[in-house]
Design a protein around this ligand. Sequence first.
Ligand code: ZN
Ligand code: ZN
Length: 357
Amino acid sequence: MARARDPIADLRRIAFLLERANEATYRVRAFRSAAKALAGLPAAELTERAGNGTLTELAGVGDVTARCVAESLAGEEPVYLRRLVATEGSDLDAEATALRAALRGDCHTHSDWSDGGSPIEEMALAAVELGHEYLVLTDHSPRLTVARGLTAERLRRQLDHVAQVNAALPEGFRILTGIEVDILADGSLDQDEDLLARLDVVVGSVHSGLKDERSKMTRRMLKAVANPHLDILGHVTGRMVSSRPAGVTGPGDRGHRARTRAESDFDADAVFAACAEHDTAVEINSRPERQDPPKRLIRRALEAGCRFAIDTDAHAPGQLDWQRFGCERAALCGVPADRVVNTWSAEQLVAWTHDRT
Ligand SMILES: [Zn+2]
Ligand SMILES: [Zn+2]
């Protein structure tokens, strides 16, 4: 009998929706691990095990995931999936929806090469499913050791790996190479010059000394923004907010520590003026706990004439769908699509970054 549904696809879909809802990692992992364990199983054995209740004998498969598989194989949408779909995020308003529809890629994402939770291939496949034309892979730089930042040597290896992965991906989609490079205390960038020049997109962010005194932080950011290798200034203020933006209907904060951090102190008008002068884009970071920059600063960057990148800073496939939150905030501030660099095609984007270097 032909199978009505693909149980592996259902498990992956559930994991994606859990990530998007910002659910605890262990819960997501249960579904991703089960999908991985079952993907290698012959179809006949899968059906047999689902029938006689022995799926849970397999490593990585628990009661809940086994039940989902059995339901899928019976041709039904798993109850767990149905519930998740029913409680998905609310609708965006028209302007935010139009802006989201105009985005063709994401310029800030992480894989398990640094502190992300999934392999590059998984991130890319999720981006394909979202309808993106490209995904810029921006793992961390060496000094961010807590996030397993990539040394020059590991980054070189990653570039080779990305070339291989790209060759196997569907036509019309590609992974662009990149980095989220640390902006060091003196404003220099934490990676070799030749590598920065070679990458498609360079996002630069401050991750240390966030409480630097105003003039020092301003100098530091001005120097980074003026660096021709820097294309996008990441999560500008470094703030962490504990609240969720409207539209996130995740099943609560279990497994998440409430963590807040004040904005860094710097002369925003000077920094945005420099971004406009050097044509460095200001990131609108979509992560629910960041919402960075705050709306008042998005408006000031807009008035200063800056370009923007609306990015997810995703550390897992489901988080790639968080762009809608950034779009909501951008739309509220009146950011037009033609100021957003990731409304461009991959070719236009790369032409822009290379022009600047
Ligand atoms: Zn960062
Ligand atoms: Zn990041």
